[in-house]
Design a protein around this ligand. Structure first.
Ligand code: SF4
Length: 461
């Protein structure tokens, strides 16, 4: 029976207090002089004198502007515009410990807001940042309404599907005597193009794993977990994707459930055949570090139909190129081999904001895996730069509980799905499967700059 996919969101306040984004600096002599002037000017009218310019209540404490309540400041700059002589709004240096050089404090703020509320962050008018940049910022989605109708999915008036298929699909159907004579599709669907990657080794503790698995179940997606940790942490279910290494293959015999998918940590034809024989109804996925075009083509030729391609936590492959280029390269290689439609690509690494999901899909992924955003949703602190999956280190808040964590991750996924619907609605797409590899709906900053400036002397691409 048809059931429309819906995630129930609820408020899940932060358990660790984040430092305020802004410092509100008020010169006390300046404020006192100003109040004195107002006292004379308005003949002691307290209503006028206490009517300070901040509608967010920063100056509404017991002693007003002499002890501003910084945590309420949203940085609208009205006060400093009106009283530049004695009010200054500064970035708070105490926030520099949030995230790292890639997962910047602003990104942390956005993810925490999404995890706290399940809503879409609205920045309001007046974006003053750059309109291009490195990595994901060098790719823009084409939302031209002139050439296609805008669809309305987020408000429920027109349905936009976010379902993806994972598994093997025949390139065409053939029939003999009225019956299909081609290989049968071996696939399953998940309602969102997002799955959860394994937490880093330092966080493979019981509470974290239980939170991730319960959140994956609640959002009806998948979670990759090392095979050896499943029995130890007593987690099971079709939504769990055991990550298999040759060294730990023995633990496969103890697996007491049939997962929808299993993931191999390396390409080994014998290992692939062995796992497929043991779980004939499960999809077998190959996990590869990017760039990996040759390995993908070799494994695809040997029958692998699902690939999980990974950049590091900063979205870079081992050769330093960014994930957008590497996903496109893998996608195009499979197109050139005429087997792209038979294969599923799941991409991961460096996907830390809602808009990165459609961008990765446009670059050729069928779905994406999330890593650090799940930890940030749980208010994990970064212990230095987190670049590699093996060495990245995080610390979770002490008041962390499974129920709270599940709600935070569910809120995050609900918010990201709504933002995906917004993007697809604006691009006129009815389903996310049609977005895969739709490079015609994307613009690349480097291409546009080349087109516009390459004839000008001194232009360097
Ligand atoms: S910047 Fe805006 S929110 Fe912050 S204190 Fe000034 S008026 Fe209030």
């Amino acid at each position: 029976m048809y059931r429309r996919y819906h995630l129930r969101t609820d408020s899940a306040p932060d358990v660790a207090t984040l430092p305020s984004p802004f410092r509100v600096r008020v010169s006390k002599p300046g404020l006192a002089g100003f109040l004195l002037k107002e006292f004379v000017q308005y003949r002691g009218n307290r209503t006028i004198m206490l009517n300070r310019p901040c509608m967010y209540g920063v100056f509404s404490g017991p002693v007003g502007g002499f002890a501003p309540r910084e945590h309420l400041c949203v940085g609208c700059l009205r006060c400093t515009t009106q009283y530049p002589e004695f009010v200054r709004i500064l970035p708070n240096p105490a926030r520099s410990f949030l995230g790292d050089s890639y997962f910047t404090p602003d990104r942390v703020d956005a993810v925490c807001y999404e995890a706290r509320s399940g809503k879409i962050p609205v920045k309001g008018a007046g974006y003053r940042g750059p309109f291009g940049g490195d990595g994901w910022d060098g790719l823009w989605t084409d939302m031209s309404e002139i050439v296609r109708p805008t669809r309305d999915g987020i408000h429920g008036r027109e349905f936009i599907s976010t379902v993806i298929d994972i598994g093997a699909k025949p390139s065409r159907l053939t029939f003999a005597d009225g019956k299909p004579s081609c290989e049968q599709p071996q696939l399953f669907s998940i309602p969102i193009p997002v799955l959860f990657d394994a937490p880093p080794a330092s966080l493979l503790a019981e509470t974290v794993v239980k939170t991730f698995t319960a959140a994956a179940e609640a959002t009806e997606t998948l979670i990759v977990l090392p095979l050896e940790s499943l029995a130890k942490l007593a987690v099971r279910g079709r939504h769990i994707v055991p990550l298999i290494t040759r060294a730990r293959l023995g633990a496969l015999h103890a697996l007491d459930f049939e997962p929808a998918m299993l993931e191999l940590d390396e390409w080994d034809q014998q290992l692939f055949a062995q796992v497929q024989a043991q779980f004939p109804r499960s999809v077998i996925c190959l996990r590869l570090e990017l760039p990996s075009t040759d390995a993908i083509l070799q494994a695809a030729g040997a029958g692998v139909r699902v690939f999980h391609l990974l950049a590091n936590y900063h979205g870079r492959g081992s050769d330093g190129r960014f994930a957008t280029d590497l996903f496109r390269e893998a996608h195009k290689a499979l197109v050139a081999q005429r087997c792209r439609d038979e294969v599923t690509i799941l991409g991961g690494g460096g996907i830390i904001a809602a808009e990165h999901v459609p961008k990765a899909i446009i670059c050729g992924c069928d779905g994406v895996s999330l890593d650090t955003p799940l930890l940030v949703a749980l208010q994990a602190e970064f212990a230095g730069e987190a670049v590699s999956r093996n060495t990245g280190s995080f610390k979770l808040p002490s008041r962390f509980t499974v129920g709270w964590g599940v709600m935070r991750i569910t809120n995050l996924i609900a918010s990201w799905r709504d933002q995906l619907l917004e993007v697809m609605g604006a691009m006129g797409l009815r389903e996310v499967r049609r977005m895969r590899g739709e490079l015609g709906r994307a613009m690349f900053q480097t291409d546009l700059e080349k087109e516009a400036f390459s004839d000008i002397a001194g232009y360097v691409s």
